[in-house]
Ligand binder design. Structure first.
Ligand code: ADP
Ligand code: MG
Length: 724
């Protein structure tokens, strides 16, 4: 093994060990053989990997057997293989496109069949390395086009190379990556870096877990766990490694939650909102356009009760899409205003923030409440108005995106914070908002993702949960259908019919990081096809996606909201919160690629007015069992809670995990709060026991545990006693 720079740097560090112990795992990843400056930058940007420790806790998400070499005829769609290797001879090459869109295809064959290998990036590099007539070992993710095997950006080795390579073990980890990183490193490159990082650290991994805890819960050593998670020596050792690493994560989380709960109960520094004054009452009696639902009333009362106790409120509000959470947010913000405090509301996207601002301004028209908006793309004047008004105390309610948490935003007296659609927010961003005050504001987090109550309690500690379990009256259930791509003409006919009635249509395309380039192509192709079939001037079709300039996005949305455009083609940027009551058709393209909760969120964009609304799920003919079950479930029910349960069953954890994680102040890499319930329970018990004996984790034997706790407490400069 070549150590290169790494050796010098490590030697340097060890000189200082006596004075300031430097953990080997904190060393910069760029010193590892095979990394270097450029790749280190890429690793950090794409995956947040900066140190050896980060690299070693970048765990495989699956393992493949690299001793197995497939025949082309064995690799079929039905076989459901996610990664395979096969051995084949190159029979020809072809180029298509030009410039940045250039693509390169190699045709290969083995005695049982043929396949295509395709490159969209790095064409120059690969064309020099492929020779017609030569045999290669080819590794990658199979896909099928008209039944033909094809592989995008596979890895190639000549047979000589392959035979000389020796693997650490038969099971090779496949690591999460991104499109960009994948095109530079490939699965094998990533694996090689992990191997090198391991070689540097293998003999220097200290175990934070006291012997007694390890024995009691049957945990293998941290070193063995890290070794076997990357290079499993057997299925059983892999299982034990997973158990150990999950246990560590969940214990770290539990130590934080339980310590914080104790601290919080010792404090009582919540703002008091004793008055229900003129602002709230005027709104309630004169402005409210419709009666509140029973559930909305109940939640407002719960919040009101929280804000007179003297403790800081930390409340999670769950309500299905369209259940009217915004109104609850507004009315509780008015409570704060009545008591002389400022309130702010943070939305996950620019579009949503603008929409909330417009809705709230409209509802408060003629009232003596001053509102302002601040987003990343606020123009100078808007920005100045917001910043000055907020600092002077003149502005009562500030609405915005995460621009709200920039340091220069200084509130005069922030008393109440609403965070809409929490799962779009990073933990750090939320944490920064908390620190804007000496005294912590009351916090209301709103989400449409249903989280089982017991789980929420376990994971958020003493966070309170409110539920809106009732939709506003007069809503007609959305009718959902599943069409295959062959029914596109029928779909277009149906869209024409609805548009003729004066309604509007969303067409949504999936967009994920791993296949961004292809996804954008699908989106723009789709937009072009629709524009052709729905021509101007009779029809106006707009497009909206994350790569557009904010001003252009906004203009598209404005045209759609105002009704000037009848069709909006978009990525899931419209997934959360957009409210266009006249839109009655939601078409979801490649619906099989969305998670259930995402599908449900998207569907929630229609059915907001009194008209019958529809959701059309488009997919190819061939579907995995799981995808089919998801689409069927969507056609059967409109109930978000039932869908969430089903998602849990189908996928083990579903989208709930993401929500839980961003709700927590920590980043779990391997444990899943929903599927590892048993480990969660055990770790909770362990934490309670450890803290009962040593509440501050000050005992020398617990030094490792204190480090573990800190690792899962988020950033250090933040006072996390304010988050629970
Ligand atoms: P979500 O909970 O998904 O954020 P919104 O707050 O956007 O839902 O509300 C969805 C729609 O329902 C909005 O158009 C809103 O004006 C309307 N709405 C909210 N509360 C009521 C109510 N009590 N009666 C009738 N319509 C309501
Ligand atoms: Mg909403």
């Amino acid at each position: 093994m070549r150590l290169g720079n790494a050796q010098t740097s490590l030697a340097l560090h060890s000189t200082f060990t006596i004075f300031a112990p430097v953990d080997i795992l904190d060393n910069d990843i760029k010193f590892v053989a095979g990394v270097g400056e450029a790749r280190a930058k890429l690793l950090e940007r794409e995956l947040g990997i900066r140190t050896l420790g980060d690299m070693l806790s970048h765990y495989p998400f699956r393992y493949i057997d690299r001793t197995r070499i497939y025949r082309i005829s064995e690799i079929t769609d039905a076989a459901g293989l996610s990664y395979v290797q096969f051995r084949a001879r190159v029979t020809g090459m072809a180029y298509a496109g030009a410039g940045r869109k250039r693509r390169f295809t190699a045709f290969v064959q083995d005695p049982t069949g043929s396949a295509e290998l395709v490159w969209f990036q790095g064409v120059k590099w690969i064309e020099k390395r492929i020779e017609v007539g030569r045999e290669y070992l080819i590794f990658g993710r199979p896909s099928f086009y008209r039944g033909e095997l094809s592989m995008a950006h596979p890895e190639l080795e000549t047979m000589e190379q392959a035979l000389s390579r020796k693997a650490e073990s038969g099971m090779q980890g496949i690591y999460p990556s991104t499109e960009k990183l994948g095109s530079v490193l490939g699965a094998k490159g990533m694996y090689q870096i992990v191997c090198n990082a391991w070689a540097l650290t293998r003999d220097r991994i200290a175990d934070p877990m006291p012997e007694a805890v390890r024995t009691k819960y049957g945990l293998i050593s941290l070193r063995d766990a890290i070794y076997n998670i990357h290079f499993p020596q057997s299925q059983e050792l892999l299982r034990q490694a997973q158990f150990r690493l999950k246990f560590d994560e969940l214990l770290g989380v539990q130590l934080n939650i339980q310590q914080r709960r104790t601290e919080r109960l010792a404090k009582s520094n919540g703002f008091l909102f004793p008055k229900v004054g003129g602002v709230f009452n005027t709104f309630y009696n004169e402005k409210l356009p419709f009666p509140l639902t029973g559930a909305q009333k109940r939640v407002i009362k719960e919040i009101r009760r929280d804000t007179v106790t003297g403790f800081q409120m930390n409340r999670l509000l769950q309500g299905d899409v369209g259940s009217g959470k915004t109104l609850v947010a507004l009315m509780t913000m008015l409570l704060a205003v009545d008591n002389g405090y400022q309130a702010c509301m943070m939305a996950p996207t620019e579009i949503l923030a603008r929409q909330h601002f417009a809705t709230i301004c409209r509802m408060l028209e003629g009232m003596d409440v001053k509102t302002a908006i601040l987003t990343g793309s606020s123009k100078a004047k808007e920005r100045r108005l917001a910043l000055e008004g907020i600092a002077s105390g003149e502005v009562d309610i500030l609405i915005g995106t995460h621009a709200l948490i920039e340091d220069r935003v200084q509130f005069a007296n922030l008393g109440f914070v609403v965070i809409d659609e929490q799962h779009r927010f990073g933990v750090e961003q939320r944490a920064r908002l908390w620190t804007k005050n000496e005294q912590p504001p009351h916090i209301l987090v709103m989400t449409a993702t249903p989280i089982p109550r017991t789980l929420a309690m376990t994971l958020y500690g003493d966070l309170d949960v409110s539920v809106i379990d009732e939709l506003p009256p007069g809503r007609r259930p959305i009718k959902t259908f599943h069409y295959t791509d062959a029914a596109r003409l029928k779909l277009f006919g149906f869209m024409r019919q609805e548009i003729a009635k004066g309604r509007q249509v969303y067409v949504v395309y999936p967009l994920i990081k791993e296949s961004e380039a292809m996804d954008y192509k699908d989106l723009t192709d789709g937009y072009e096809a629709i524009s052709r079939d729905f021509p101007l001037p009779q029809y106006v079709t707009e497009i909206c996606h994350g790569k557009m300039k904010p001003a252009d996005k906004e203009e598209s949305m404005r045209q759609f909201k105002s009704g000037e455009a009848q069709i909006l083609v978009a990525t899931s940027v419209i997934e959360v919160g957009v409210d266009v009551p006249n839109a009655t058709v939601m078409v979801i393209e490649s619906a099989e690629r969305f998670g259930l909760s995402q599908l449900h969120q998207l569907r929630g964009r229609v059915g907001r007015g009194g008209e019958q609304s529809y959701c059309i799920l488009m997919s190819g003919e061939k579907l995995s069992r799981e995808s089919r079950a998801r689409l069927e479930a969507m056609c059967e029910t409109n109930d978000g809670f039932r869908l969430a349960e089903l998602d849990l069953k189908l996928r083990g954890s579903g989208d709930i995990n993401g929500t839980l994680q961003s709700g927590m102040a920590f980043d779990l890499k391997i444990a899943s709060p929903t599927t590892d319930v048993q480990i969660l329970t055990v770790s909770r018990e362990a934490a309670a026991e450890i803290l009962a004996a040593d509440p501050a984790l000050a005992h020398p034997a617990n030094r490792g545990l204190e480090a573990l706790r800190r690792r899962y407490s988020g950033r250090e400069e933040i006072d996390f006693s304010r988050i629970s």
